[in-house]
Design a protein around this ligand. Structure first.
Ligand code: KIV
Length: 285
């Protein structure tokens, strides 16, 4: 049964942060999954540009366009009207200049009904964060493993392992917060680095993905948590249920039943009254 809940807003999230109530955040890219996530009480949804890999089958997130993002985000909003919805700015929708960044962030808000946007990068993104927040759009930062820079980072691997690299991430988190980011996502950084950043934040939500338990909340990639991404499952993801296996077994059964004609059975079939059938038969003969 559908359960209505109150709209999750920035003040709701701030209250949870103050009370020390952990916040759950998931990626989502489609209407039926958004519906289920809302029913499960998930507070935040990220329509990530990871959809390029999980939904569209690319090898990276780089080919994803604003049009892809808007289409999927609109579907998610229809399925989860009360969740706090964050649109992920795709590659080259904000890197070049403030004008592009504000215009594309505005599209997420106006066309897809987002509550906020997310962009990747640290101190080099301060101007973008300031420009977008000045336009009245809440911004989440994203530090550590930032998939749009995967080539420069040398692959999908832990970031901030050494003291110098960790110090830079700690500083970047504070810089983003001071620039106006309401949230900073830490992806794949050591747990102790995440703890320091969380303790040092004043108002920003610090959210973790593969960064240990000490953030204000956690993000997971939906496809990883249900065994739905065929290429790999990263160590940072826990598989909460193997939907991929359930679906595969269902598909095999369907394939078999079609071939041995056990599907459709009477249960899935519509009949016709004898008199109508006789009439039809006469009309055709
Ligand atoms: O696109 C995405 O889903 C993301 C997560 C990896 C954080 O940015």
């Amino acid at each position: 049964m559908t359960e209505e809940r109150k709209k999750i807003s920035l003040p709701t999230l701030a209250r949870k942060r103050r009370k020390g109530e952990p916040i759950s955040w998931l990626t989502c890219y489609d209407y039926p999954t958004a519906y289920l996530q809302e029913q499960a009480g998930i507070e935040m949804i990220l329509v990530g540009d990871s959809l390029g890999m999980t939904m569209l089958g690319y090898d990276s997130t780089l080919p994803v366009t604003m049009e892809d993002m808007i289409r999927h985000t609109q579907a998610v909003r229809r399925g989860a009207p009360n969740v706090f919805l964050i649109g992920d700015m795709p590659y080259m929708s904000y890197q070049a200049c403030n004008e592009d960044a504000v215009r594309n962030a505005g599209r997420f808000m106006a066309e897809a009904g987002c509550d906020a946007i997310k962009l990747e990068g640290g101190r080099e993104m301060v101007d973008r964060v300031k420009a977008i927040t000045a336009a009245g759009i809440p911004v989440s930062g994203h530090l550590g493993l930032t998939p749009q820079s995967v080539s420069a980072l040398g692959g999908f691997r832990l970031q901030g392992k050494g003291a110098d690299a960790a110090k830079r991430i700690v500083e970047d988190a504070k810089i983003l917060e001071e620039a106006g980011a309401f949230c900073v996502l830490l992806e794949l950084v050591p747990d102790r680095v995440c703890k320091i950043i969380t303790e040092r934040s004043d108002n920003a939500l610090i959210m973790g993905l593969g960064s240990g338990p000490d953030a204000h909340g956690q993000l997971l990639i939906y496809h990883d948590m249900f065994g739905l991404y065929p290429k790999f499952t990263p160590k940072m993801a826990k598989v909460f249920g193997n939907a991929g296996e359930v679906i595969l077994n269902g598909l095999k059964s369907y394939n078999k039943e079609v071939k041995d004609k056990t599907f459709p059975s009477d249960e899935n079939t519509f009949g016709m009254k004898d008199e109508d059938f006789d009439k039809l038969f006469k009309m055709l003969s």
